[in-house]
Design a protein around this ligand. Structure first.
Ligand SMILES: *[C@@H]1O[C@H](CO)[C@@H](O)[C@H](O)[C@H]1NC(C)=O
Ligand SMILES: *[C@@H]1O[C@H](CO)[C@@H](O)[C@H](O)[C@H]1NC(C)=O
Ligand SMILES: *[C@@H]1O[C@H](CO)[C@@H](O)[C@H](O)[C@H]1NC(C)=O
Ligand SMILES: *[C@@H]1O[C@H](CO)[C@@H](O)[C@H](O)[C@H]1NC(C)=O
Length: 636
């Protein structure tokens, strides 16, 4: 028995050995993480076959190199898994000896044999192919199916409507008095452009104007999100992976890497606008349960057409949009998953299934929709201020406990650890991402805080509250932005140090990190709403943010598509350096906006205008005028 315990302890100990750092010489003893044979020459050769594989390193007997690799990889928060390698191989060239021996053989065996030999020669290691073998050869024809044709027809009809609508606007409705055909005018680019670049107007009610800083907050947060996502190619195809791993030891870089809390800003704004607008609406109208279906339908109509079109293109034409050694693993997978699970996206439940890579960024849109329904139900059914406050308080306490329980009982990480391997798998396999990050109910806290904030702002405005006597605390207010910068990477403190934190600490952290971050944003918003000071307010309320904020939904929906297609169409590895990273980040942001503007004009603006016209007019029209979602561009 004692012997058994001792061996177990020893084994455990052996399994836990971790190498934290390697110098360059030792690092280079390991086989490189990624390697790509030249792509174009291979596939343009007649009969050329190019395959991408992932394989695990194995050894037939004890091998010190493999042990080192495993121990180095065990530091999963900062290091790649160096026993799981990726190769793009020109089979008809690099492995032609293995092909000619056995023409009937399975490609998988050919590749494995070929890899076994090369790895054995260089490293005395062998391989075990662990993924599907994804091959490109130009013989793969474009097989267009009915879905493709349907989507093409839809896209062409949208374009056709634009042609008609614009001609109509141009030739037949030149003067302002004539109203013209409303349906056709929805497609007038000139009119939509005017709306898009208009200064942030908020209807007759000037109170709403005090929230115009949301434009800045939203645009800045979206830009941060896009920049973070654009780091993808550096992870799935880095030429110098050591350099990438070293960046993880630099706390400054974690501001970039661990920006996941930024999303809480969106939840907060979303809740705030819902509560605030419903309070405004209650001045004119009785709020009753009928608001619930109406609100949900309006919101669904506003969000879905744009989203559905991008989804439809993703499931159909995207697969023909490029090729390359990484194409199948970055884009092909998404197309396949969208064909299987895409319908869940349209009913906003996709954040409750795991392992789907269909537009993964839209977990936020789904979570926000779910929380919107919760908020709407609470505010429609409970109309007295006191009862609302009680319910919100209770829910807030519950919302602190939920993520903590998930973390404690499912043994998760404190916050999302954006480790290299996690990104390589597009997050889908990570339990922390699946159970506490992307669900609706685990993001409840910020939304509840938002609802409370909306009520508070409304209430204070009613009473002409003034922050005059708090002016002396201006410096504290200025401390909010540095505080945000400290809290953003705070999740990484848990894995920066080499010992594992106790699970109870992680649970507490996962419960309070989001609300703490959100409360700082709350303070910023409050200060802005009541003109507490002019520096932050001046930046956030800049009129120039108005149009980027209007296209923010489009940018959010589209940006991952660009990141993935840009990554997938690469045929060489990426060199990791600060300059290169900056170039890619800023380039992706620019490109997303450059496409989001036309996309907004062609798709989102007409769909918003149309949904206002098409809805059963008499009954709902009045609600639309006062629609809580009208000013609220709170989706992304
Ligand atoms: C790297 O580390 C190994 C073993 O720790 C040592 O022998 C070698 O000299 C080091 N190389 C450099 C360049 O520091
Ligand atoms: C690395 O990948 C291999 C193969 O997928 C796996 O067996 C191993 O557990 C991974 N190592 C770590 C530290 O995750
Ligand atoms: C060729 O492949 C088949 C099965 O795929 C195998 O049984 C046979 O042994 C192989 N021949 C050689 C020469 O490797
Ligand atoms: C490659 O080596 C591994 C480990 O020795 C072995 O299991 C596998 O069958 C080999 N593959 C081929 C195709 O020979």
């Amino acid at each position: 028995m004692i012997k058994f315990i001792l061996t177990t302890l020893f084994l455990l100990d052996g399994a836990l050995a971790v190498i934290y750092q390697l110098n360059e010489t030792e690092y280079n003893k390991m086989p490189p993480m990624f390697r790509l044979d030249p792509y174009a020459p291979c596939v343009h050769e007649p009969g050329g076959v190019y395959c991408a594989v992932e394989f695990t390193l194995v050894a037939d007997e004890d091998n010190p190199l493999l042990t080192m690799i495993q121990e180095y990889s065990a530091r999963r928060e900062m290091h790649f898994n160096h026993s799981r390698l990726h190769r793009g191989i020109c089979v008809t060239n690099t492995c032609k000896d293995y092909l000619s021996q056995n023409t009937s053989a399975d490609l998988r065996l050919v590749l494995e044999g070929c890899l076994n030999d090369t790895l054995w020669k260089e490293y005395k290691l062998k391989s075990k192919i662990s993924s599907e073998v994804l091959c490109n050869d130009l013989d793969n024809k474009m097989d267009i199916d009915y879905g493709d044709i349907a989507v093409a027809v839809i896209c062409l009809s949208i374009l056709l409507l634009h042609v008609i609508g614009n001609l109509y606007d141009f030739c037949y409705v030149p003067n302002k008095d004539r109203k013209g055909n409303k349906l056709l005018l929805c497609f007038s680019i000139k009119r939509n452009w005017k709306k898009l670049v208009a200064p942030p107007a908020c209807g007759p009610d000037t109170r709403l104007k005090r929230l115009k800083g949301f434009n800045g907050l939203r645009s800045l947060s979206i830009i941060i999100v896009i920049m973070e996502h654009s780091l993808l190619p550096f992870v799935v195809s880095s030429e110098n992976s050591h350099n990438f791993e070293i960046k993880y030891y630099n706390i400054i870089c974690h501001l970039f890497i661990d920006g996941t809390l930024v999303v809480q800003t969106f939840f907060l704004m979303s809740g705030c606008l819902l509560a605030y607008n419903l309070d405004l609406l209650a001045e004119k109208k009785n709020i009753s349960w009928t608001m619930i279906p109406k609100g949900i339908i309006l919101r669904w109509l506003r969000l879905t057409p744009t989203y559905a079109l991008v989804l439809a293109v993703t499931t159909t034409w995207l697969r023909f949009a490029g090729s390359g050694p990484l194409w199948q693993s970055t884009v092909g997978v998404e197309v396949k998953d969208c064909r299987r699970d895409g319908w869940l996206n349209l009913i906003y439940l996709n954040n409750y299934i795991d392992e789907s890579q269909c537009m993964p960024q839209t977990w936020y849109i789904a979570a926000d929709m779910q929380l919107y329904v919760v908020g709407l139900i609470i505010f429609s059914l409970v109309t007295s201020g006191v009862a609302r406050r009680v319910i919100l308080t209770v829910l807030f306490v519950v919302s602190l406990i939920i993520p903590a329980c998930h973390t404690y009982f499912q043994n998760l990480d404190a916050g999302l650890v954006i480790s290299p391997e996690l990104v390589r798998d597009y997050f889908v396999k990570d339990p922390t991402f699946n159970h506490t990050y992307k669900r609706g109910h685990t993001n409840l806290a910020s939304y509840i805080m938002g609802l409370g904030l909306g009520m508070l702002i409304y209430h204070l405005q009613e009473n002409d509250f003034s922050f005059e006597r708090f002016k002396k605390y201006k410096y504290l207010y200025w401390a909010t932005v540095p505080a945000v910068l400290i809290i953003l990477p705070s999740g990484s403190f848990f894995y920066f140090y080499e010992t594992e934190a106790p699970i109870i600490l992680k649970a507490i952290f996962s419960g309070i990190a989001k609300p703490v971050f959100s409360s700082i944003i709350c303070i910023i918003v409050l200060g802005m709403a009541f003109k507490f000071e002019d520096v932050y307010r001046g930046i956030l309320e800049w009129n120039g943010w108005a149009s980027p904020a209007r296209v923010s939904y489009c940018t959010y929906i589209l940006h991952v598509l660009f990141v993935r297609t840009l990554t997938g169409s690469r045929t060489t590895l990426m060199h990791v350096s600060i300059a290169n990273v900056l170039l890619v980040c800023l380039g992706t942001v620019m490109m997303t906006y450059l496409v989001a503007y036309p996309f907004y004009l062609l798709v989102e603006a007409p769909s918003i205008a149309l949904s206002k016209i098409i809805l059963p007019v008499a009954k709902v029209k009045k609600d639309i005028e006062n629609d809580p979602t009208k000013w609220e561009r709170n989706h992304a």
